[in-house]
Design a protein around this ligand. Structure first.
Ligand code: GTP
Ligand code: MG
Length: 172
């Protein structure tokens, strides 16, 4: 497919604590790769992928992946400017990352466009034994706050395409 031909371009941002797997969700979606020893993102990284929705429309996702680490963040209204979708990611084995979701949500709501769609993403669902945040926790927070919700594993690819595909579809 010619990656330069598309009908729409949608900016999607990722946010959430450091180490929850934001960059690996992007690697998996855009390159079908996983990096076991990925380094913390510094600043912002960009990736794109063009996908087909509604039978015949090509949507180019322009993905912005930022650092969860406070010291690399200069949170920047420019990060959110023009974003039509946000994936707010936590790690199902890291309760703290889930406890910080309201803080991240506040940040998006204060900085993003009013119509930016937000999807809550519980990542690392492959780590069954270490899970401390349950599906019902994520789902109930999402429901109370009017967010879409999905669980994913960047490691084994579960839910990753679905997450991006669904948010692009809903934006469209
Ligand atoms: P920052 O860039 O610091 O904000 O972190 P990040 O959210 O981008 O996390 P990153 O993708 O770098 O992943 C952090 C660690 O978690 C890495 O060691 C990954 O290999 C691991 N990881 C990411 N996703 C998964 C997953 O779905 N399952 C498992 N088991 N490990 C994962
Ligand atoms: Mg990263």
């Amino acid at each position: 497919m010619d990656s330069e031909s598309y009908d729409f371009i949608f900016k999607i941002v990722l946010l959430g604590d450091s180490g929850v797997g934001k960059s690996n969700l992007v690697f998996r979606f855009t390159k079908n790769e996983f990096n076991k020893d990925s380094k913390s993102t510094i600043g912002v990284e960009f990736a794109t992928k063009t996908v087909q929705i509604e039978d015949d429309k090509l949507v180019k996702a322009q993905i912005w992946d930022t650092a969860g680490q406070e010291r690399y963040r200069s949170i920047a209204s420019s990060y959110y400017r023009g974003a039509v979708g946000a994936l707010l990611v936590y790690d199902v084995t890291d309760r703290n990352s889930f406890n910080h979701v309201p803080m991240w949500l506040k940040e998006v709501e204060e900085n993003a466009e009013k119509d930016c769609l937000i999807m809550l993403v519980g990542n690392k669902m492959d780590l069954h034994e270490q899970r401390t945040v349950f599906v019902r926790d994520g789902r109930s927070f999402a429901r109370k706050n009017g967010l879409a919700f999905i669980e994913t594993s960047a490691l084994d690819a579960t839910g990753v395409d679905t997450a991006f595909q669904r948010i692009l579809q809903e934006i469209y």
